[in-house]
Design a protein around this ligand. Sequence first.
Ligand code: BGC
Length: 532
Amino acid sequence: MTIDSSITLRQAFLLYGDLPVQYLPSEGEDKPPKLTDGTMPVTSEAAKEATQGLKFPSNFLWGAATAAYQIEGGLHHCNWSMWEEQGTRLDGHATVEHHEKAGKACNSWELFDKDLDALKKLGATMYRFSVEWSRIEPKEGEFDEAVLKQYGDWCQELKEAGIEPMVTLHHFTEPAWFVEKGGWEKRENLLFFQMYVQQTTQTLAPHVKYWSTINELNGYAICGWLAGVHPPGKKDDVLTMLTVFRHLLVAHTMASKAIRANSALQKEDPIVCMALSHVYFLPFDTTQIPKPEEPLPLLFWILNRILSTIVSLFFNYVFNLVILDAIFRGGRFPNFPFPFHFVASLAGWGKDLEALKDTCDWMGVNHYYRSYVQFGMARQGNDAPQQASPTDMFVVLPFGIELRAAAIPNFEKNEMGWDLTPSSMVRLLEILSDRYPSIPIIITESGTADTTDRKRIRYLASLLKQMHSLLEQKRIDLRGYLIWTLMDNFEWAEGFRPKFGLLETNFETFERKERKGSCDMLRAVFGASKEE
Ligand code: BGC
């Protein structure tokens, strides 16, 4: 008996026109070839060859992204330094692997020149970095002019080198005094954020055209209040997580307004983006859970497949589209049968959602991994996972059933345990272009952690080639690509272990050294694309 439930469901869902049916796996996608993504060149040499002659539009924005806490060093009065001091999480695990502390990180606060040189050497035309609230306003209401000036100078130096700065106003960190007042959990605290963005955007507006407001507010709320793996480390606190999420949405609206108001006298209008975290959820892989022959197991398998498909659509909708719908299609979008906006309006969020409309000019896409949804019996004993992680999220439901969203085993991974799949970014670009056809996209973060650079170069080559082909076919309006990240840095809860950098950092001497394979390949593509 052959039943392809995803096709049947696609047909059923198409009736509802507005569902994210594009997220249903396309043919063969739920049966990934074992071990590798078929689109990746097998060797670094093949990767370099694959990108030879690729030429992107001459105004395409190329570069790298970083975040203040991960590179600047010397930040000791914010939520993350408090988290490091705390040492252990509620579940007993270290707050940061091996109890590492960001400390001096890459010392970029003092060594920005080195970062600038590296960007110039690469031929970058954009650099996305975040400014640190706890440095700008170390005490409530006391703004450090010298710090703001230094950030302004960085922007100026970047521009003089032909590199557009993109400034992020909040990338996972806030001052300790803000945390002590209850942080994002209290609505009245939004006023503090408003004062911070007002000061910062006023000072930087003459130097900055491209802005990203709040980095990955969806991931930030989930990691801090649901998974408990980032500060403040609360676990399964769904209601507070939703409150924080809502306040971050309002904070984004405030930031967008402040940017626009403070840029009013500039020659060019600002471009406001929100860099949102995108995970590509798929129903379970049929090579991992093959279809059984026996009638009863087959029935369960079909049920599992149907439910997993519905849940993966739901996750894609809630995680990837809810906010974008509010921004680009208007606050109270019905979206039956996942009426998030409707339910949220009943809960009193209506005005906050409506206010999001048109707060962004471009879509900022951060994407790293995909995740497969499945139902199964709860894992126990030695099989029981010790903790949730982005590659193994699970909830135990009644009757000993577990709902999981996880990476598939036996597939090529990076140092974070994430599948190496450039094709999931490509799918995402198609989906977003399809749903919001008139909105330009910029990839605000994409990359992979690999000390050897061999996987990174294959990954990037495949992605560049596929993006180039989508652009040539005029299927996407992609304006730029920013690699995560410029140099090895402090990777939050994973400490210094994962190596995402195009440059290797020596954390004793703060020397940066290019990873030649990826850097040479990018230099060639960036260079060729700049030629008229
Ligand atoms: C964050 C970065 C982080 C990267 C890799 C993204 O979600 O924005 O700060 O370093 O993932 O873990």
